[in-house]
Design a protein around this ligand. Structure first.
Ligand SMILES: Cc1cc2nc3c(=O)[nH]c(=O)nc-3n(C[C@H](O)[C@H](O)[C@H](O)COP(=O)(O)OP(=O)(O)OC[C@H]3O[C@@H](n4cnc5c(N)ncnc54)[C@H](O)[C@@H]3O)c2cc1C
Length: 478
């Protein structure tokens, strides 16, 4: 076997996408992965031992469905099928009230009563102009895309805080809560600038592409990427952790699907001082505490649209979410944390035996938090779905230490590859040339580089195309 020309360190969705691009270009590619399975944050498994399929990390894929990388790699031809729930996301409030996000802007606006016209005016218009600005959410923000009316409008809104936009655009408690629950995917305090961008991007992606599950589990995304790279002759080696660049001698190109800290360690002193400082400056995001359940029945939500929703956000009102998100960012565990729930088995019968269900959930917790949030998550679901406890037949919890122990990129439970607070949204980990590590032939391609967290493969796609250009290869066909 010949020495690989390209080594990809890490087999998360970004690493596998980078490997696919390089292999399709005709290069000899090896992916090395520390874990005993490829897939990073897009794996599925059965942590409860009931025979059901649970998504161990990512479950809901607005960014995957909208990803030009996944479309370009024709993952649908390699077995990936999106399952679209009838309601994208629901945000219940006490007393059976709430608000819901539908695929259609019109249906969503109709459900928001007096806030409907404002929703159409702002989020409807942004959805209509999605094609003009969505590229900004898939690449380094400050690198050369010509301004247009749609992009400037998206930029001006995104720069604002989610809380200010909620109060400007909406008057109803439930609409503000729905918006804030989506914006809280930033893991940043909702009063801080740039948090509105998360609300706009995820809501408009949903209206254009849905918030789907992968049929059979998020593992199907990994399997389809493995099928592409296998077709082009790339190899994957698991249970091999890379600690130093000298472990990779011989490769012309190295792509690091690692955290910024992990990359800095592997490059051990070879980076120019400025780059090294930038990598060390990356601040971690708060963590997550994950709880998977099996149940004998669907969750008995009091707010009816939640029974048809793929994703349910349990964060209470805008004001309550502001308190919980600012608390986890201060390192304090809130009494009532923001909990995200996904109910894939309602729409994908392949997940669990007939008459049983899987429930995926996680709470936002402080970075590295060492407590047990299983009861807090269960109580949060019960609060909006009385009787839930009685339906639970099994559960499995994973704390930040467990997540970081199984994937070095998620140290302390940080699932976003570094905080989005302040400049963290645009400096990932550097302003300029973010995929370049400063060491010739070595590129960063993980969620710690643009466009950041999520299963979309865009960092891998962008970094691999840059590497091909540096090799003087034609990228038009890959
Ligand atoms: C609980 C949870 C829920 C999530 N929910 C969603 C969701 O619903 N939707 C969504 O889009 N995203 C979600 N995410 C985030 C998503 O999983 C990540 O953003 C995404 O997986 C990042 O992809 P990546 O390729 O950059 O890195 P990862 O998926 O983290 O993969 C990196 C891989 O590199 C390996 N590695 C790291 N260092 C080394 C080394 N030195 N040597 C060898 N191998 C190494 C790791 O073992 C890992 O397999 C969630 C994450 C978690 C944990």
């Amino acid at each position: 076997m010949t020495d690989p020309e390209v080594i990809v360190v890490g087999s998360g969705p970004n690493g596998l996408t980078a490997a696919a691009v390089m292999a399709r270009a005709g290069l000899e590619v090896l992916v090395v992965e520390a874990a005993d399975h490829p897939g990073g944050g897009s794996r599925s498994g059965d942590p409860i031992g009931s025979g059901a399929v649970h998504d161990l990390c990512a479950a809901v894929h607005p960014m995957g469905a909208a990803s030009p990388a996944f479309a370009g790699l024709t993952l649908a031809d390699h077995g990936l099928e999106w399952v679209q729930p009838p309601v994208l996301a629901a945000h219940p409030l006490v007393g059976g009230r709430g608000a819901a996000l539908h695929r259609s802007v019109e249906l969503t606006a109709e459900g928001l009563a007096s806030d409907g016209p404002s929703y159409r005016r702002h989020l409807g218009r942004l959805t209509d102009t999605w094609d003009s600005w969505a590229a900004l959410t898939r690449r380094p923000l400050i690198e050369g895309i010509a301004p247009s009316v749609g992009r400037i409008r998206f930029g001006l809104i995104s720069a604002r805080s989610a809380a200010a936009v909620a109060r400007d655009w909406f008057e109803r408690e439930s609409t503000r809560a729905l918006w804030a629950g989506v914006a809280a995917h930033s893991f940043a305090p909702l009063s801080e600038p740039l948090t509105a961008g998360f609300g706009v991007s995820l809501i408009c992606a949903g209206h254009r592409h849905g918030w789907p599950f992968a049929r059979g589990g998020s593992q199907a995304i990994v399997d389809s990427l493995l099928s592409v790279i296998g077709k082009h002759g790339a190899r994957v080696q698991t249970s091999r952790r890379v600690d130093s660049l000298s472990d990779l001698a011989g490769a012309r190109v190295v792509l690091l699907d690692t955290s910024a800290a992990g990359a800095e360690r592997i490059l051990s002193g070879r980076q120019p001082r400025g780059r090294r400082r930038a990598y060390r400056r990356v601040k971690p995001a708060p963590g997550v505490f994950k709880v998977d359940f099996t149940t004998s029945e669907p969750i008995p939500w009091s707010y009816p649209p939640a029974r048809e929703a793929g994703t349910v956000h349990l964060g209470g009102t805008l004001e309550e979410l502001m308190v919980s998100e600012s608390s986890v960012n201060r390192g304090v565990m809130p009494e009532r944390p923001f909990v995200l729930v996904a109910q894939a088995s309602l729409f994908d019968p392949s997940r669990a035996a007939a008459g049983t269900h899987t429930v995926w959930s996680y709470a936002h917790v402080p970075h590295g938090w060492g407590g047990d949030a299983t009861e807090a998550v269960t109580a949060r679901i019960e609060e909006f779905a009385p009787g839930f406890r009685d339906t639970v037949t099994g559960w499995s919890s994973r704390d930040p230490a467990f997540l970081g122990g199984h994937n070095a990129n998620m140290s302390g439970g940080d699932i976003t590859g570094g905080s989005y607070r302040g400049l963290g949204a645009v400096r990932r980990p550097t302003w300029r040339a973010p995929y370049r590590t400063g060491v010739d032939g070595v590129y960063l391609c993980s969620a710690s580089s643009p466009p950041g967290a999520g299963v979309h493969g865009m960092a891998g796609w962008n970094a691999a195309h840059l590497a091909l250009l540096d090799l003087g290869m034609d990228t038009s066909a890959v």
